[in-house]
Design a protein around this ligand. Structure first.
Ligand SMILES: C[S@@+](CC[C@H](N)C(=O)[O-])C[C@H]1O[C@@H](n2cnc3c(N)ncnc32)[C@H](O)[C@@H]1O
Length: 205
């Protein structure tokens, strides 16, 4: 995946990500939801959630949430990712509200409207200097009691993207505004993603 990503300095620009989609060098794209999301969805209790998928890429995860009956908003700032998500949602016969937007400048109408955030390969794709701002965005868009679910990759390599994510890093960054509900290695990762963990943080009610 590293070879397919924009260079570290370019990671904050939509054009760099868009270029990857145009070239078809999207090694991060699993072509479907990861096993950890399939397991999460099958174990969820209660009614449908309103879910945000930031950095949605081609929207496989957003489509999986929508197919499971949830109300999904998917955000990406690369135009081809937005198009890919729309096409995948249409092919699956589900509704996904797809927004082309910078996740650090989300429209105010999204504030406080989500029960859940789901992401993979977004926290590791943004520049580490943006991580605190990312956590602030999560706190702003979630309802009180809402949950952030991150499938995060502790690959242990220097540089990026993908930038390494450690359990200590996310625990520390989410600590000020969230309660940690769970953080554990995932049982099943795709072979190219060893050492993933799933973290769930809850915005206090
Ligand atoms: C490594 S890709 C992962 C895509 C998707 N999560 C997946 O697993 O297939 C990272 C995605 O995040 C998007 N992205 C990065 N920074 C962003 C930002 N500030 N606002 C919106 N999207 C962003 C990129 O355009 C890219 O589609």
């Amino acid at each position: 995946m590293a070879d397919d990503c924009p260079k570290s300095d370019d990671v904050m620009h939509a054009e760099s990500w868009e270029q990857r989609y145009v070239e078809g060098t999207t090694g991060w794209d699993l072509g479907g939801p990861p096993p950890a999301l399939v397991a999460l969805l099958s174990g969820l209790e209660g009614g449908p959630r309103r879910v945000l998928v930031p950095g949605c890429g081609n929207g496989h995860d957003a489509v999986a949430w929508a197919k499971a009956g949830h109300d999904v908003v998917a955000v990406d700032y690369a135009p081809s990712a937005v198009l890919g998500t729309r096409q995948n949602a249409e092919a699956a016969g589900v509704e996904v509200d797809v927004r082309q937007a910078d996740l650090f400048a989300l429209p105010a109408d999204l504030d406080g409207t989500f029960d859940a955030i789901w992401e993979q390969t977004c926290y590791c794709a943004i520049h580490p200097s943006q991580r605190d701002a990312y956590v602030e965005v999560c706190g702003r868009v979630l309802k009180p009691g809402g949950r952030y679910h991150g499938l995060l990759w502790n690959h242990g390599q220097p540089g990026g993207p993908p930038f390494d994510v450690t359990p200590d890093d996310v625990r520390a960054r989410f600590a000020a505004a969230f309660e940690l509900e769970s953080l554990a290695p995932v049982a099943e990762s795709v072979p190219s993603r060893a050492n993933e963990f799933l973290a769930t943080f809850r915005r206090p009610a």
